[in-house]
Design a protein around this ligand. Structure first.
Ligand SMILES: Cc1cc2nc3c(=O)[nH]c(=O)nc-3n(C[C@H](O)[C@H](O)[C@H](O)COP(=O)(O)OP(=O)(O)OC[C@H]3O[C@@H](n4cnc5c(N)ncnc54)[C@H](O)[C@@H]3O)c2cc1C
Length: 599
């Protein structure tokens, strides 16, 4: 039932909020917020990805941005009724700015704003050609020598990067680069994706052969084309690879395979990049205005430099180079590390009758996959959620609407529930000597992912092998590598024919160091992490992921990536930021992040 009273109340609230903003009365507008309040803006007001915490920050942002933003048209989103959740009124809202249309989620507590999410949906006059504006495709009528769709595509492919320059170059054609390029295509931003692999999807295909996505299908859709309803819940990696390849083709991306970006430098005067590409043996120089590094958050291996590595007579490699278990049947295998990749690789080796030892160097957060699906993700990303009307787009916005400053508080009770539900499982792991944690403050997996991008295993079976002693467990730091194995700090020797370093990945600005130079990498600083002052996420509090999908300290340089959900959702805002710049729309950035850490 549509609750007209609630709808009217929210409409009235929005009207006066809109009026205060229209009149430039910042004090009145700010007075409509709770003392403890959060306004998360994805590009529409700040041309940044920014959370304002508390009234003073809200007022400061408005003082700087309001005049240029000129917001208006605040109303309940069409077809959506507000709802009451334990005394908090939630409402989907629409608004406009001088240059864009926006959508958001408002939460009112005691008649004042507790949280506000404002997102940019489209730039006025630069809408995607969809729905009623869908392209015709066919060219009805007649014309001499006119080009077919295919001829046009072939010409575009032949000319772009040679006769004409792309506005944007994306380095890295994994799911991140592909999804962003699809959005830019719809916005008519000439873009080339550079990918050093042979085929789109290879970044997944080349990972260890047992890998399946750890996240369920509802979380994993790409922009524009959803997986079919018959798609498996957890996609095998090669299937995702094939999907990405198909997607690249049907979304008509200018995707250069076997093309390695060798280096890039920014010409401050011309305001353009000089990007040196090795395209299948031919050197090509591209001159885009914008350069996006979508080279993978899990792409720059962190390979530990243990003393004695050169002495080892067996085989040793990082988890990203691990081919799978087939060659190691009957062999002694040591996996250094105890997070996702370590568990997946160890279990697959065990399946091939290898003798496997996992070296746990520090505590790990473990959650069983079905428990995580049910308690952690189910309300937003599941078949049930879909049936309850929570589309992927809505789920993404609901997720985005919860400020990072309080997300952990909402996560803690979920993980307490999980702990209780799987009590026996955790006792078993502890009995086996496995060192568990739940994040520094008990807030579990997603917060660990946001804060440090590591430190967890989503259990799909390997934990039982640890509990049963089928995967042997050793604990401690590695002291040195010897000819036939490794030695831990307590003197324990582990014999090995194979050592896998499942030791994770480094910050994405390392890619900037490789391609552009250390100076620029230092200028933009560390990527990822919130400044939560927890393990591997040093303060000060920054409130948003560092450098991701938003302007950096280096003009024209952007970072894109993350898991499938983040790549899908945030590519929208990155694409709009790039489109606005291409069109010369003023994009005054509020609160450009400062650099507190170099890596
Ligand atoms: C083992 C593992 C399991 C994961 N499981 C999940 C999961 O279940 N769900 C999920 O959402 N996420 C998962 N992730 C995280 C994330 O989604 C993936 O890492 C994903 O591949 C990231 O996509 P990306 O496009 O950002 O980067 P990548 O897929 O790493 O793509 C980067 C691309 O850049 C290319 N490249 C790098 N340098 C250059 C250069 N100089 N020139 C040209 N090309 C270059 C690389 O060849 C690569 O193809 C997992 C990650 C790992 C490692």
């Amino acid at each position: 039932m549509f609750d007209t009273t609630l709808s009217e109340a929210v409409e009235t609230f929005l009207e006066s909020f809109g009026k205060a903003l229209e009149e430039g009365d910042i004090e009145r507008a700010t007075g409509m917020f709770q003392d403890q309040c959060y306004w998360r803006d994805l590009v529409s007001f700040t041309w940044n990805i920014k959370t304002l915490e508390g009234k003073e920050q809200v007022a400061d942002m408005l003082r700087q941005q309001l005049a240029a933003t000129r917001p208006g048209g605040w109303k309940l989103a069409s077809g959506e009724a507000p709802w009451d959740e334990d005394g908090v009124i939630n409402a989907w809202i629409e608004f406009e700015t001088e240059v864009a249309r926006g959508y958001g989620l408002l939460r009112l507590k005691d008649g004042k704003i507790w949280t506000l999410l404002t997102t940019m949906v489209e730039l006025k006059g630069h809408e995607e050609p969809k729905g009623f504006a869908r392209p015709l495709g066919a060219k009805h009528g007649v014309g001499k020598n006119r080009e077919t769709w295919r001829e046009e595509r072939e010409r575009e492919e032949a000319e772009l990067g040679y006769k004409t320059q792309p506005y944007c170059v994306i380095v890295g054609g994994g799911q991140g680069g592909i999804g962003l390029a699809a959005r830019l295509r719809q916005l008519s931003v000439p873009t080339i994706v550079l990918e050093k692999n042979e085929r789109p999807g290879d970044s997944w295909r080349k990972r260890y052969k047992s890998l399946c996505l750890h996240d369920p299908v509802w979380y994993d859709h790409l922009p524009y084309i959803k997986f079919p309803e018959t798609w498996p819940v957890f996609s095998p990696k090669d299937k995702i690879g094939d999907w990405l390849e198909f997607y690249t083709k049907v979304m008509e991306l200018n995707y250069w395979t076997r093309s390695t970006c060798k280096s890039a430098s920014y010409d401050e005067e011309r305001k353009e990049w000089r990007v040196v590409v090795d395209r299948d043996g031919e050197e090509v120089i591209l001159r885009p205005r914008q350069l996006v590094l979508a080279t993978g958050m899990s792409g720059k291996p962190n390979i530990p430099d243990f003393p004695g590595k050169e002495r080892f007579r067996g085989e040793q490699h990082h988890s990203s180079q691990h081919p799978g278990p087939d060659a190691y049947s009957g062999k002694k295998c040591v996996v250094v590390g105890s997070n996702n990749s370590a568990h997946d690789i160890a279990a697959a080796l065990w399946e091939k009758d290898a003798e496997v030892t996992m070296v746990q160097r520090s505590s790990t957060h473990v959650v069983r996959s079905d428990t995580l699906m049910e308690i952690g993700l189910g309300a937003l990303y599941s078949e049930e959620a879909v049936r309850n009307g929570i589309t992927t787009e809505k789920a993404d916005l609901i997720f985005a609407s919860i400020p990072y400053a309080i997300l952990h508080e909402l996560q803690i009770p979920l993980y307490e529930k999980m702990k209780e539900r799987d009590k026996d499982f955790y006792e078993g792991l502890e009995r086996a000597g496995f060192l568990l944690d739940w994040g520094d403050d008990g807030s579990g997996l997603f917060m660990k992912y946001l804060r440090r991008g590591s430190g967890y295993y989503i259990d799909v079976g390997a934990s039982q092998l640890v509990i049963d002693g089928e995967i042997k467990l050793a604990r401690g730091q590695v002291k040195e590598i010897v000819e036939d194995g490794l030695i831990l700090e307590d003197g324990t020797k582990l014999e090995a024919d194979l050592i896998v370093y499942a030791t994770g990945y480094n910050s994405m600005n390392g890619w900037a160091a490789d391609l552009i130079g250390q100076e620029v990498a230092d200028k933009v600083g560390k990527c990822w992490g919130l400044g939560s002052n927890t393990t591997k996420d040093p303060g000060p509090w920054e409130g948003e992921l560092r450098n991701m999908w938003k302007p950096t300290q280096q003009e024209g340089l952007w970072f894109h990536g993350g898991n499938l959900h983040q790549s899908r959702h945030y590519s929208q805002f990155l694409a709009l930021q790039l489109k606005a710049r291409q069109e010369g729309i003023p994009t005054p950035v509020y609160g450009l992040q400062e650099v507190h850490h170099l890596a």
